[in-house]
Design a protein around this ligand. Structure first.
Ligand code: NAP
Length: 401
């Protein structure tokens, strides 16, 4: 009998980057009852959806997030603050009311003060305001820790909070608007090679340092903690090293075999000056140690990008793009061309006053069944598009999804 036998597990954000690895690991452990609330069906900013989702569950692993890299944080600080605070607070409250056995809250290194001794120790978490660009995200996440401690004290509710380092790995979000630094760099270098571009521009001065944790290690840490850790003191989850962004850039450029010029846009922010977590508590409390070396992890990620994403312009995130209708071609043909040539999984939001360009939102997913149901739902929201599809005599477009 293992901890996971017969457990009913809710994994919010289970279709996201980290979530997909957590779900895979749960499946490997034999967990049969896994629920993944998708945002289009059960928006967790809405309290009653949280109530529905937690009913009958034993464990909640809460990964759902509104977040992204530094550019995304600068563009959407209000939505990031509100969405995360709403999702997190209401979900934990509903989990408590539903007598969930354990709630695993995924926090972030962005909750640490901007200036704090390196490596970051959990006891210094409250000694200052976070770096400004990620404060709305980091502070909204940090409230889960307050809630976890308050609920344990008043209600004896068993929740834990893990503070994750920056993650990377295959299936990451490679959309340049919302991606984190590693996928953004990989995409820039691989695409530059592909397009014979001799120059790549990167943000900042390169002087800031970061720690990076391979996503499979992160997923393993979450399940270990879910099994073995039962306190509300936060725990850092990291790889325990730091690398300067300029060294990271050179490392990725080298693995991606880019030999052109790297241009630093120093008008763009560096973000927090240094980041590296003290990882001793995780080792002591539940025996977690990261295994995957940075070079090896980067190589796997670059290989994955080359095989799966290159030239598609897609990502795990919603992304807007333009589809150009061919002269004389039909709307359906334009959509089909896009699906055929770039194997994009989801296209929606085709405006009725469609001219020679179509706005598209592209949502590649890995799991076919989920893709189809999502696509169907989006179709229902855009009747013009449904009609276009239903009127098309050749229905095999569905098989391409
Ligand atoms: N990636 C990193 O470097 C990093 C670093 C530190 C901490 N973390 C933490 O790790 C967790 C996972 O991050 P990730 O990078 O894997 O995120 P991700 O790929 O962006 O996935 C986020 C997921 O959250 C779900 N979601 C967003 N808004 C929602 C809403 N209103 N209702 C329901 N679900 C919603 C999305 O569901 P749909 O797909 O259905 O829209 C999506 O699957 C987050 O808690 C994040 O803070 C990540």
């Amino acid at each position: 009998m293992t901890f996971w036998d017969f457990k009913k597990v809710l994994v919010t954000g289970g279709a996201g980057f980290l979530g997909s690895y957590v779900v895979d690991n749960l499946e490997k452990k034999g967990v049969k009852d896994i629920t993944i609330p998708r945002s289009y069906l059960h928006d967790l900013r809405v309290r009653e959806n949280n109530n529905k989702m937690v009913k009958g569950k034993d464990i909640v692993i809460h990964l759902a997030v509104k977040g992204g890299g530094i550019g995304f944080n600068l563009k959407y600080p209000g939505a990031i603050f509100f969405d995360n605070l709403m999702m997190n607070t209401q979900l934990m409250e509903e989990a408590r009311l539903a007598n969930i056995q354990k709630f695993v809250a995924i926090g972030t290194v962005c909750s640490y003060p901007k200036f704090t001794p390196v490596p970051f120790k959990e006891e210094n978490l409250w000694n200052g305001y976070p770096e400004e660009t990620n404060a709305p995200y980091g502070l909204a996440k940090k409230m889960m820790l307050v809630q976890s401690q308050a609920y344990r004290q008043q209600y004896g509710f068993n929740s834990i909070t893990l503070l994750m380092a920056n993650l990377y790995g295959p299936k990451d979000n490679f959309d340049l608007e919302s991606s984190h630094v590693i996928p953004a760099l990989i995409r820039k270098f691989v695409d530059a090679n592909e397009n014979n571009k001799k120059e790549v521009e990167v943000w900042g001065t390169g002087e800031a340092s970061r720690e990076f944790l391979y996503v499979e290690d992160a997923a393993e840490a979450i399940l270990l903690a879910a099994e073995k850790y039962n306190k509300s003191e936060p725990v850092n989850i990291g790889a325990g090293f730091e690398i300067k962004i300029k060294d990271l850039v050179e490392l990725i450029a080298g693995i991606a075999e880019f030999d052109g010029e790297i241009k630093w846009d120093t008008s763009k922010p560096d973000g927090q000056p240094r980041r590296c977590l003290d990882v001793n508590r995780a080792k002591k409390e539940f025996g977690f140690e990261a295994k995957v070396d940075l070079r090896e992890g980067l190589k796997k990620t670059i290989d994955w990008y080359k095989t799966n994403m290159r030239g598609r312009g897609g990502s795990m995130e919603i992304r807007e793009g333009m589809l150009r209708k061919k002269k004389g071609g039909s709307r359906m043909q334009a959509i089909r061309d896009l699906i055929d040539t770039e194997k994009l999984k989801h296209i929606m939001n085709i405006p009725e006053n469609f001219g020679d360009k179509v706005e598209v939102i592209v949502l590649p997913f890995n799991k076919d069944e989920k893709s189809k149901s999502y696509y169907l739902m989006k179709m229902q929201q855009h009747p013009g598009y449904i009609q276009a599809l239903l009127n098309d005599p050749d229905e095999d477009v569905w098989d391409d999804l």
